[in-house]
Write a protein that binds this ligand. Structure first.
Ligand SMILES: [Zn+2]
Ligand SMILES: [Zn+2]
Ligand SMILES: [Zn+2]
Length: 346
């Protein structure tokens, strides 16, 4: 009997491990690390092999300026991923540097690991605008106090600006009370936005925030390089960390995420509305018109009535559309035409 147990238990043990690795409850990790990586291709190959072995999906960007990833998998697989990534001497990361939320491998369509010029695309050479010039980090408690102070003297002349450096569709469904939310459609438009609004920031203390902190690192470096602000601060760990400590704090609405979930929530507020009927609504879906990649806020009732496009131009296009399929390419519509663009994107 004892012999039989001895004989079979290793297999049972192994199959339990395999089941836990590839099945069961999971999560999505979000992390970044700015550091000097001399050979990003080596790190990239190692990361790809690691993710594949653990059946993770998501995106990992590697550059000479560091690493940035968001991956989904089972709890055991993501824990193993954290341990393996932390064990690399280049990164010197804490367990705490990995933000987690409910999810899993199903949150991403596939796995993409690659070498890029920047770990978050701002469109600026990392050697010209380096993360090393970033603004002062504020812990969530410190940031919370700053926002509290700002709101308390809202009517008076104050020298502080709360700046959301995410894209317009992110801040639309969730933001800090009384923030300045630029109408930019991607982060590479941020430098241009700053250039065109320098007077806004002159002699101000700027409190910046983004999803997980990564965009603020170089966004604040860019703003500081303009030499107009009194000081630039950034929320350490981003909204993600802030919400863990202040789920009912000054950030209201949903937190947009770049995966199949579209958003995660910590409070029940809905700060946006259905673009058709105006009722409170914050669940994005893609525009129903082929080749349009805009996100639409259209409530259940309006969807049932066939109102599923991002704008009248798309709605009309959708009605005239033939069923023929062709190569996928993005098309412009009223939504994209009305938004400022940078020359190289035109
Ligand atoms: Zn509606
Ligand atoms: Zn559209
Ligand atoms: Zn549109």
């Amino acid at each position: 009997m004892a012999n039989a147990l001895y004989k079979y238990s290793p297999f049972t043990f192994l199959s339990v491990i395999v089941i836990l690795l590839f099945r069961g409850p999971g999560k999505v990790l979000l992390y970044y690390r700015y550091c000097q990586i001399d050979d990003p291709h080596v790190i990239c190959a190692w990361q790809r092999a690691l993710c594949e072995k653990l059946h993770l999906t998501g995106k990992v960007r590697v550059a000479t300026e560091g690493i940035n990833g968001t991956v989904g998998g089972t709890n055991m697989a993501t824990d193993a991923y954290i341990d393996a990534t932390r064990s690399h001497p280049l990164f010197k990361m804490e367990k705490d540097d990995f933000k987690t939320s409910d999810g899993g491998a199903e949150c991403f369509k596939d796995l993409r690991v690659g070498v890029y010029k920047e770990i978050v695309p701002m469109g600026m050479d990392p050697d010209v605008v380096s993360y090393q010039l970033a603004g002062v980090h504020l812990e969530p408690e410190e940031f919370h106090k700053e926002v509290e102070a700002l709101l308390a003297k809202a009517d008076e002349n104050n020298d502080t600006i709360l700046l959301d450096c995410r894209n317009f569709y992110e801040s639309k469904i969730g933001q800090f009370t009384q923030c300045l939310a630029p109408s930019i459609r991607k982060f590479s438009y941020f430098p241009d936005y700053v250039d065109q609004n320098l007077d806004l920031f002159r002699d101000k203390r700027v409190l910046m925030y983004c999803t997980g902190g990564i965009r603020c690192e170089r966004g604040s470096a860019y703003l500081r390089s303009k030499d107009v602000c009194k000081e630039v601060y950034q929320l350490k760990g981003g909204i993600h960390r802030y919400l863990e400590q202040f789920p009912e704090g000054f950030y209201r609405g949903k937190l947009f995420v770049f995966d199949e979930r579209y958003a995660i929530s910590s409070n029940k507020d809905i700060i946006s509305e259905c673009r058709y009927c105006g009722s409170p609504w914050d669940r994005y879906q893609l525009c129903s018109t082929r080749f349009c990649c805009q996100l639409v806020l259209s409530c259940l009732g309006c969807r049932q009535d066939g109102r599923t496009a991002c704008c009248p131009a798309c709605q009309t296009k959708g009605q005239n559309q033939s069923q023929a399929s062709g190569p996928h390419h993005k098309e412009e519509c009223e939504c994209t035409e009305g938004r400022p663009r940078i020359p190289q994107d035109a």
